[in-house]
Design a protein. Structure first.
Length: 401
C-alpha cells in the first residue's frame, strides 16, 4: 500500500509495516479502512443480540421489541436487523443461504460446543464468514490469505472437524476445503482482527466487550508500539454510512520515514502484562523504547526472587488500576532516567475514570490549522488540549460531552 500518507515497507526485525510518506501532523487522518469480513463476537449458544447483524449498530431498548427490528426469515430471532435495508444487504452478501444454514446447524449442536471454550464458538462464526468470503468474493479471500499468521493445525482440528461434518462449504468453493486451510484462516484471524467495541459506559468499571470483529486489509499492517504515535477510532453507532470503517489519526507530529504504530491494547498496562499479552496473542516480544526502559526497572528492582516478582507485579497492577494518572503525575518531576515517557501519559491518556483510552487531536481545519480539541478513542470524550498561558503553565480545559 502506498498513499499520500503511508507507505508499506519491510522493517528489519519487525516484518512489514507502515511508515510516513511525508511529515505528518497531529490529528491527520492517515487511513480510513473498510472491512473485507465482519462477524459477530457473541457466542453462538444462548445469546440474543442487541446489535444489528449487518451494520452492528446498537438496537435501542425501545426498538428491540418493536416491529422496526427485522428478523432473518430463515433463522428467526438468532439474527436480527435494524432495518429492511440491512436485512436485504445481508441476504445478498454475509447472510445468504449457506452461512445462515451453517450457523443454524452449529447452534443446533449446542451440547458439543458448550464443552469447548466460548472462544471456539466465536471462531466458528469467523470460519463460516471466511469460507463464505471465498464463495462471495474470491479476490478478497486471497487478500485475507495474504495477511500474516502462522497456522497451527493442532488447535484447528476440532473446528475443522465440526464444520466438515455439520456444514461443509459448497462444492463451488474456489479453494480446496482442508484442515491446513482452516488452520491458516484461524491464524489470519488471530493476528489481524480488529474488535469493534460495545458502547462505552461510565458504570461498567472500564470493562467493555467486543460487539464484532473485522478484518481490515490495510490497517492490519500497523505494527505495535507501547507508546504509539497514532490511534484508531470507530464510530459504529454514530457514523451515517460506512459505520464499520476504522479511522486512524495521528496522535502527534512525526517526520517523514518514521514508522506509524498503534498500541494493540490500552497503554496503561504494566510491562509484565504487556509482554505476556503480546506473546500469547501475537507471538512476539516487544522491544520498543518504553519496554527497554521498563525492562531495566524490572531487572534492577525484582532481582532473582520469583515470589517477589509476582508480588511486585500485583502491586504495580493495583497502583495502575486505582489511580494511574496520579502515579504518572508524581513521576513528572523525577527526571528522564526514572520515567522518560511520562509526558505521553500526562498528555495523551484519557483521564476519565476507568477509561484508559488514548487522546488524539481532531483533524486539522480546512485551512490546515491544527485543532486544539482532543478526542478519546474509547469513551469519545472531548477536551481542550494542554495550553500554555503567559506564565508558561499548562492548563487543561475539559469540555462537556
Amino acid at each position: 500500500m502506498s498513499s499520500g500518507f503511508l507507505k508499506r515497507t519491510e522493517i528489519e526485525g519487525r516484518g512489514r509495516g507502515l511508515v510516513a510518506s511525508r511529515p505528518l501532523k497531529a490529528g491527520e487522518i492517515v487511513l480510513r479502512d473498510s472491512p473485507i469480513l465482519l462477524y459477530s463476537a457473541l457466542p453462538l449458544i444462548n445469546q440474543s443480540s442487541v446489535y444489528c447483524s449487518n451494520c452492528f449498530r446498537t438496537l435501542s431498548s425501545s426498538s428491540s421489541s418493536s416491529t422496526s427490528v427485522v428478523p432473518c426469515p430463515s433463522c428467526s430471532h438468532h439474527h436480527v436487523f435494524c432495518s429492511q435495508n440491512c436485512l436485504s444487504a445481508a441476504l445478498a452478501s454475509s447472510h445468504s443461504p449457506w452461512p445462515c444454514q451453517a450457523l443454524s446447524r452449529l447452534r443446533d449442536c449446542a451440547p458439543l460446543l458448550l464443552e469447548q471454550p466460548v472462544e471456539q464458538q466465536v471462531q466458528a462464526r469467523f470460519l463460516v464468514a471466511a469460507y463464505h468470503l471465498a464463495l462471495y468474493s474470491p479476490s478478497q479471500f486471497q487478500i485475507l490469505l495474504s495477511l500474516e499468521g502462522a497456522p497451527d493445525t493442532t488447535t484447528a482440528q476440532f473446528l475443522h472437524s465440526l464444520i466438515s461434518s455439520l456444514c461443509p462449504p459448497p462444492s463451488t468453493l474456489p479453494v480446496p476445503f482442508s484442515l491446513e486451510l482452516t488452520a491458516a484462516l484461524l491464524a489470519k484471524d488471530k493476528h489481524n482482527a480488529f474488535g469493534l467495541m460495545e458502547p462505552c459506559s461510565l458504570h461498567n468499571s472500564g470493562q467493555r466487550a467486543v460487539r464484532a470483529y473485522g478484518i481490515y486489509p490495510n490497517a492490519s499492517f500497523f505494527n505495535h508500539d507501547c507508546l504509539p504515535n497514532a490511534c484508531r477510532f470507530d464510530y459504529v453507532d454514530t457514523a451515517p454510512d460506512h459505520n464499520t470503517d476504522i479511522i486512524v489519526r495521528m496522535i502527534h507530529d512525526v517526520p517523514q520515514g518514521r514508522e506509524i504504530c498503534l498500541s494493540y491494547f490500552p497503554v496503561n498496562e504494566n510491562y509484565a502484562s504487556r509482554q505476556r499479552r503480546l506473546m500469547e496473542d501475537y507471538g512476539f516480544t516487544c522491544h520498543c523504547d518504553r519496554c527497554n526502559v521498563e525492562a531495566n526497572w524490572s531487572d534492577r528492582e525484582n532481582g532473582d526472587d520469583e515470589d517477589l516478582v509476582q508480588e511486585e507485579e500485583e502491586e504495580e497492577e493495583e497502583l495502575m488500576d486505582e489511580d494511574d494518572h496520579d502515579q504518572m503525575e508524581s513521576s513528572k518531576g523525577q527526571g528522564d532516567t526514572d520515567f522518560p515517557h511520562a509526558y505521553f501519559f500526562l498528555r495523551y491518556m484519557c483521564d476519565r475514570e476507568n477509561c484508559w483510552g488514548t487522546l488524539a487531536p481532531l483533524p486539522p481545519k480546512d485551512d490546515g490549522t491544527a485543532s486544539n480539541i482532543m478526542e478519546c478513542n474509547v469513551c469519545g470524550n472531548l477536551k481542550d488540549d494542554q495550553m500554555t498561558d503567559a506564565s508558561g503553565v499548562e492548563d487543561e480545559h475539559p469540555m462537556d460531552d
